[in-house]
Design a protein around this ligand. Sequence first.
Ligand SMILES: [Ca+2]
Ligand SMILES: [Ca+2]
Ligand SMILES: [Ca+2]
Length: 429
Amino acid sequence: MTPASFSLNAGESQVLTIKATANINLVDEWVHGYIKLNNADASMSDTHLQATIGFKAGQVAEEVSAELNNVDNSIAIEDVYTSGSKALQSRGFGLFKAQSFTGSAIGSSNDTERNSPHSNPEVIFSVPTVVKPYTKRLVVEITDSTSPDMDLYVGIDDDNDGMPNAYEMFYSLLCISGEVDSKERCIIDNPPSGNYWIFAHNYEGTVEDEADEVTLEITHVGYSNQASFDIEAPTQVAQDERFDISLTVNGYLDDSQTLQPLEQDATYYGLLELGTTPDLKRNIGATLIKVKGLAPVEVPLNTAPVVANAIADITTQLSAQGGVVVNVDLSEVFSDPEGDALTLSATGVEGITLSGTQLEVSFTTSGEYPIIVTASDGEFETNTQFMVKVAAAPLPPVDPPSESTGGGALGLYALLTLLLLGRGRRQYA
Ligand SMILES: [Ca+2]
Ligand SMILES: [Ca+2]
Ligand SMILES: [Ca+2]
C-alpha cells in the first residue's frame, strides 16, 4: 500500500495504490481483501476499505512488427513474464492480409460537416465489411491520404446500407481514431460478428469543399487452426522469469486458409495468445503481429547428395595373428547436384575411423559386416551400404604323420579299438 500514512483535511482526497503480485496459484482469479485505515485521532473510528483484485497471469508485448521475406523471416517477442506455468500455452492465428481501399472525400467547411460526418456523406469515404464469428481482431488503418487531417470511424451497419446514420453512430460505434493528422488506426478486440461500415472523415482537408484521396487498409484476424508462423516458446517457466518467444513466418493464410508466400509491400496481421494452463489459454495476454512484406529472395533449390559410385563388397581374411585392416577410398562415392561440400560419416561396426575421405576399419573376428556410409550437404543426407566378409585366419600347417613318429598313429589305433569294443559291448547288453 502506498502511501503507508497520510493526513487529510475535510474535503480533500487521497489516492491509494495497492500492489499485489500473482503467483502460480492466482491465475485468472478474483481475490478479495481489505485495507484497514487506522485513524490517529482516537475519537474517530477506523475504516475498512474493500479491495477486489483480478489477477492477470503475466505480461506480454501488445504488438510487434517486422519487415520480412522468405529468408529474413523471424520476429521476437521479448521480455515476456508470467505468474509461472508448468504448461505454457502459446497459440497463433493468421497471418492474414490487409485489404486496401482507396477513395475520396471533400474537406469539411463548416461545423456540421466536422461534427456530424454521418449526415454529410460527401465528407466521408465509407467501406462496408463483414466480420465473421470468432474473429480475433479487426484492424483498420488510414495508410495514405492527401488530407492533413482525416479521422477514422468503425461501427456496425444495422440497416446494411454501407453508410453510417445517426442511430448507428450513437449505439453501434466501436472505434474513433481522431488525431490531428491523418495517421489513424483502430484495433477492435473480439469484434462482434456482423456488417460494418468503416469510414474516413475529411475533418480538415487540403482545401475546404475539395476532394482529398484516402487509402484504408482493413485486416480481419480470424480464427485459424494452423498459423502461418512457427512459435518457439518455453513450456515451463518460473514466476517472473523473463523469456523471449521467437516466431518464424512461413507466409500468410489466404481466404481458404491456405499458406501463401509473403508479397512485397503487402501488410499482414496475426495474433499470438499466451496462457498458463490448458484451461486458460489466453490469461497472460496476446501480442498483435504486424508484418510488412519485403521483396522475396530467390533461394536456389537444394537437392540431396547422390551415390555416384556404389562401394563394392569386400572379401578379406584375418591374418594368422588374428586381425585385418580394411581401407576404402570414399572420394568418388558421392556427388552433390549443386556441388555442395559433403560431410561423410560411417557406421556399422566398432572402431571405424574416417580421415578425410579415407575409411579404415579393423576386424579381429570373422563374419559379415554391413557398413553404412552417409554423405550430408548440411541439409539433406544420402547413404549407401557395403559388406565386408572377413574369413577366419588360415589353419596353422599340420605336419604329415610319419612311420618314425609312431605315437600319433598308435594313439589313433588305440582309439579305434576302444570304439569297436564299445560297439561290441552294446550289442551284448
Ligand atoms: Ca485525424
Ligand atoms: Ca447504415
Ligand atoms: Ca545439395
